[in-house]
Design a protein around this ligand. Structure first.
Ligand SMILES: [Zn+2]
Length: 262
């Protein structure tokens, strides 16, 4: 098969998508998609997706590998580049949940130097949402996404995508796939299912669901995403005013947050 759905699925998810000329015919035949691999491209920060030419055409060093080197590129801006609908040379020897053939995988190369470059929230949000959209389309769960570092055999052969915690990313993908309206429209629009709290540090807003579960809105309104923060994972807020909007939240660190702030 060929993953001819990639452009429309990402576009329909409200993401910024570029179709790289010739993408439909690029790459060999894929089998049924069973895993999605996350990578970083290890290229210096010289633009949104400086590795794009190599992802299309292949590379000569350190060992020659013919292109395409990924089905998808993800720029620093969160923009997607659809490179190939067919098989791509991104995976190498590996295994993830019983899948061990790279022609059953879709590879996403994200622009990041892989050394010390921070990942913009906007790029990670887009990674999560685009992956969620593809997984929904091919009817796989969030467990089907893995990091190249988790796939690669022998273990330790790959470090990408450094330093993303793939367990946390799978949780975010799962959450994005299962939000009441998982698409770009904010889930609380037009009828908020959860009450908004107060403005939080870094420009996000706290949200507390009716059963007390705590979420934050990331400062990425174009995605409309609300994500569970690791330090609030599994935490519930206790109301401090049963009739009002006040909450106290205890983070995993033990710190407490009062909203509204006293
Ligand atoms: Zn990789």
């Amino acid at each position: 098969m060929r993953a001819l759905f990639l452009y429309d699925v990402l576009k329909d998810a409200g993401l910024d998508v570029i179709a790289v000329q010739g993408w439909q015919a690029r790459g060999g035949e894929l089998e049924d998609v069973a895993a999605i691999l996350w990578h970083h491209d290890a290229m210096a920060n010289t633009g949104d997706m400086p590795s794009l030419p190599a992802l299309v055409a292949g590379r000569k060093t350190p060992t020659p590998v013919p292109g395409p080197l990924a089905q998808l590129g993800l720029g620093r801006s969160g923009k997607w580049y659809v490179i190939a609908a067919g098989k791509a040379n991104h995976a190498g020897a590996g295994l993830w949940r019983g899948v061990n053939r790279s022609n059953r995988t879709i590879g996403i190369e994200a622009a990041n130097n892989g050394v010390d470059e921070p990942w913009p929230d906007r790029q990670v949000d887009s990674y999560v949402h685009g992956t969620a959209a593809i997984l929904k389309h091919v009817r796989l769960s969030a467990d089907a996404v893995c990091g190249h570092k988790e796939w690669a055999i022998p273990k330790g052969r790959k470090i990408d995508p450094r330093p993303l915690d793939m367990a946390e990313m799978r949780q975010r993908v799962h959450w994005a796939m299962n939000a009441p309206d998982w698409k770009v429209k904010p889930m609380w629009d037009p009828a908020p299912p959860i009450a908004a709290g107060c403005i939080a540090p870094k420009g996000g807003a706290w949200l507390v669901s009716p059963d007390g579960a705590v979420f934050t809105i990331e400062p990425a309104p174009y995605l409309g995403g609300a994500y569970e923060k690791p330090y609030f994972r599994g935490r519930k807020a206790a109301r401090i005013d049963p009739a009002g909007e006040g909450y106290v939240i205890t983070a995993t660190s033990g710190e407490t947050y009062h909203y509204p702030e006293a």
